[in-house]
Design a binder for this molecule. Structure first.
Ligand SMILES: O=P(O)(O)O[C@@H]1[C@H](O)[C@H](OP(=O)(O)O)[C@@H](O)[C@H](O)[C@H]1O
Ligand SMILES: [Zn+2]
Ligand SMILES: [Zn+2]
Length: 224
């Protein structure tokens, strides 16, 4: 559980009510933890959500900025969490209940940007529904900056399930343990995923487990 505590420490630091300016380096470290699978998107979003309810407007705003960054940088695992009906309803309630104009506007900005970013994903339609409801209730949304809705970060694939090794087909047992390659997300036995590599293209700077095929790909010198 150490790694998760590390996340909590970073989130406390990023949302400290002693700060007057956002702590962007810490916010980006939080993104790295999630991108490296050191903290699950579910845990991360739930922890940030708690900070949104802080009575201290600085803390709540820093939590919103952290939320904005992890949605932009950490891929579909986070998108699944913040586009759930429950999360959208929570944001809608916050828009209604907050006393702070700047918090309200930041939430409206985020919901609108996400609705635009996910406009082609039917499974995320709860966000557009929330925009429509809030507009019908008379809330004024800030002008959409399309740049706010560009989630450019390339993120590591979600991990696949499987009862046998993706490469040698050996069945997993109590002895033959399951492992995941961080580059392709497939499931392998120890023998087929014994190597490690950094994966800069996914923002993973530390050595992580990769399968033999991905190891050959990432360690081959770029073709001249
Ligand atoms: O050790 P176990 O109790 O079998 O748990 C496995 C390890 O956590 C593996 O981590 P790793 O890929 O870093 O080895 C992970 O990829 C598997 O999904 C888990 O089932
Ligand atoms: Zn294998
Ligand atoms: Zn692989």
């Amino acid at each position: 559980m150490f790694r998760v505590n590390n996340f909590d420490k970073l989130l406390d630091k990023a949302t400290s009510n002693l700060r007057l300016e956002p702590d962007w380096p810490t916010i980006l470290q939080i993104c790295d933890l999630i991108r490296q699978n050191d903290c699950s998107p579910k845990y991360a979003v739930a922890a940030v959500k708690k900070k949104l309810y802080s009575q201290n407007p600085h803390q709540a705003m820093f939590a919103l900025l952290t939320l904005e960054s992890i949605v932009k940088n950490c891929g579909s695992g986070v998108h699944d969490e913040v586009t759930s009906k429950a999360f959208c309803e929570m944001l809608r309630d916050l828009v209604k209940s907050t006393q702070h104009e700047n918090l309200r506007n930041k939430i409206l900005e985020l919901i609108q940007a996400w609705a635009f970013a996910f406009r082609n994903s039917p499974k995320y339609r709860a966000v557009q529904d929330t925009v429509n409801i809030l507009k019908a209730e008379g809330y004024k949304f800030p002008a959409l900056k399309e740049s706010d809705a560009m989630f450019s970060a390339d993120t590591a694939p979600e991990w696949a399930d499987g009862e046998v090794c993706h490469r040698c087909r050996v069945p997993f047992t109590l002895i033959v343990r399951r492992h995941h390659c961080r580059a392709c997300g497939q499931v392998f036995c120890q023998q087929c995923s014994s190597k490690t590599s950094t994966l800069p293209k996914f923002g993973i700077e530390k050595e992580v487990r990769v399968c033999d095929a991905c190891y050959d790909k990432v360690s081959r010198p770029p073709s001249a």
